[in-house]
Design a protein around this ligand. Structure first.
Ligand code: ASP
Length: 286
């Protein structure tokens, strides 16, 4: 048996070089205080979803029509259970994803059906004042069109991976998606193997332009390498290099193995990651 819950959280890879990388220590502490692997991941992400600085829950980016459509996914490597939601407007999509995992026979529920499952959860009528202003300004400037989709300033999201004292790994991800996306678009956050992966020996998260992860099954590839004995750091770097052959879009990978060893690497401007020892500096590749 291991000690307390080990958790790593991230605040979303960004295409922009942000001078002040935000401290994530409070979110690590919130998750680490939980005993169970899924509770740790959900607790940390709920706190991130409440913080308007992040593209998840309250603070989510808006789609091209100015509407909120959030995605989230959660998975237990110990049991193989997983749940995801897409195109929802509840304040805590990660809680709704867990409900899909534990309360339905499904792995992914979208739109009105997912909203109905979360009828008793708090709903969001709008994003933060800052994100609404950002959409208003971009619309007024005529810069929100599908041709600018995925540009550096359009991505960042949140996620957490945890290993509890029973040796159970979990991964969770929550996002408003990519700024200016088309209505109905689903990203990689709730898609197992693309933006999220968990098994008995590996938990992996992706962040960045979701289409890149959907087209490469990046999280599953990194997970498979770790299961073969590759270190999480090497696995993240190898898969990120592979992604670089296909696209230069902003992307990050974060992974944890069953020994509590972490790995992280990204392409883009900045990425905040933190764990038990505080801020974790992921190497920038490419
Ligand atoms: N991967 C998320 C998505 O494509 C966005 C992000 O990570 O910034 O929906």
């Amino acid at each position: 048996m291991l000690g307390m819950t080990i958790i790593y959280v991230h605040g979303g890879v960004s295409g922009l070089s942000k001078p002040d990388v935000v401290s994530l220590d409070a979110f690590v502490a919130a998750g680490a205080a939980e005993d169970g692997h899924l509770d740790a991941v959900e607790r940390a992400i709920v706190a991130l979803e409440d913080d308007p600085r992040f593209n998840a829950g309250y603070g989510s980016v808006l789609n091209i029509d100015g509407a909120l459509e959030m995605d989230a996914g959660i998975a237990s490597g110990a049991t193989g259970a997983l749940g995801g939601v897409a195109n929802v407007t509840v304040r805590h999509p990660i809680t709704l994803a867990r409900r899909v995992m534990e309360g339905t026979p499904h792995a992914l529920v979208t739109g009105a059906g997912a909203q109905a499952l979360g009828h008793d959860l708090e709903h969001l009528n709008d994003t933060s004042v800052e994100e609404r202003r950002r959409w208003d300004d971009a619309t007024a400037a005529g810069s929100l069109d599908p041709g600018s989709y995925g540009s550096p300033e359009h991505v960042d999201t949140v996620g957490a991976i945890a290993l509890d004292r029973h040796g159970r790994l979990a991964a969770g991800s929550s996002t408003g998606g990519v700024f200016g996306k088309l209505p109905g678009r689903v990203g990689d956050a709730p898609i197992f193997g693309a933006g999220i992966y968990a098994s008995a020996s590996a938990a992996v998260l992706g962040t960045g332009v979701g289409e890149v992860f959907l087209g490469s099954l990046a999280a599953g590839r990194a997970g498979a390498l770790i299961e073969q004995g590759v270190s999480p750091q090497e696995a993240c770097e190898k898969v990120l290099e592979l992604l670089g052959h296909r696209s230069h879009a902003t992307a990050g990978l974060l992974a944890l193995n069953h020994r509590g060893e972490v790995g992280a690497a990204y392409r883009g401007g900045s990425w905040a990651v933190a764990g038990p020892d505080g801020a974790h500096q992921a190497p920038r590749i490419g």
